[in-house]
Design a protein around this ligand. Structure first.
Ligand SMILES: Nc1ccn([C@@H]2O[C@H](COP(=O)(O)OP(=O)(O)OP(=O)(O)O)[C@@H](O)[C@H]2O)c(=O)n1
Ligand SMILES: C[C@](O)(CO)[C@H](O)COP(=O)(O)O
Length: 237
């Protein structure tokens, strides 16, 4: 099932505290955003990529695209103040009735089989998200005092890509704008307009690189990945 993808890279990386867009930080010697772009560039089912950037970083991103031969990026557009604004700027580039994925540039380790499953589910259901069951106990806290322990069996940690039939998610974003809805993920705009959203179990490696500790996890993941590729290559000798 072919799809288009809007990849978000227009944040400021404040929680990373690196003093620059975390998309430009390197993991295993390659900028985070390149790992993410290459995951989709190498996916035969991916037709077009719309990359949402900070305008001030256009030259840097253009050099990345040419240096790494990323040919599927059809347009780079300026993002907005919030992630939701950036998504909408990216969606407006696309047209038609097909499936669009919306993906955080800060999630470089998404697997192709997860992409395929969430895309197929969106084709059938109209909207689908990747998520994993929560492993920690979650509590509601106010003034550093526990207010409530939330039943864990119903809780899932939501990831990206999130997959939608394009007309549905465009309409949900437009309604969200009209109503002044604020959403930290795109599926919640669909939920708030009464749409059903299917959940596809992803994997715990699909982390969002957000704080400095995540960089350590990412480097370790790449070392393990490189090690397993070397072992596979050795096995072929
Ligand atoms: N106005 C924004 C905010 C975020 N993003 C992108 O959305 C993804 C998820 O956002 P997040 O992890 O919060 O990134 P930042 O906003 O950069 O981080 P912070 O909140 O710590 O500043 C990232 O790939 C980020 O680049 C975006 O395109 N436009
Ligand atoms: C979309 C998301 O990655 C789902 O977990 C998350 O909501 C993004 O949050 P952020 O604060 O914009 O990183």
């Amino acid at each position: 099932m072919n799809y288009d993808v809007v990849i978000l890279a227009a944040g400021k990386g404040k929680r990373m505290g690196a003093g620059k867009n975390k998309m430009l930080l390197e993991v295993a010697g390659i900028p985070i955003i390149l790992h993410t772009l290459l995951a989709f560039e190498s996916d035969k089912a991916c037709s077009r990529i719309v990359l949402v950037i900070n305008e001030s970083e256009r030259d840097i991103f253009s050099s990345f695209l040419s240096h790494f031969n990323i040919t599927k990026v059809v347009k780079m557009v300026q993002g907005g103040t919030e992630r939701q604004d950036s998504v909408y700027q990216g969606l407006k580039v696309l047209s038609g009735e097909g499936i669009v994925l919306i993906h955080d540039g800060a999630r470089p380790f998404v697997k192709k089989e997860s992409i395929a499953r969430v895309t197929e589910t969106a084709r059938d259901e109209g909207a689908a998200i990747l998520a994993v069951p929560v492993k920690d106990t979650i509590k509601k806290v106010l003034d550093h005092k526990v207010q409530e322990t939330v039943e864990r069996s119903d809780l899932w940690a939501v990831q990206t890509p999130q997959a939608f039939r394009l007309p549905l998610i465009l309409a949900a974003h437009r309604t969200g704008l009209q109503r002044g809805l604020q959403a930290t993920d795109d599926a919640s705009l669909m939920e708030q307009t009464g749409q059903t959203v299917a959940v596809v179990e992803g994997d715990y490696q699909n982390i969002k690189i957000t704080t400095p500790e995540d960089m350590l996890i990412a480097e370790q993941f790449m070392r393990n990945k490189k090690g397993s590729v070397q072992n596979e290559n050795r096995a072929r000798i």
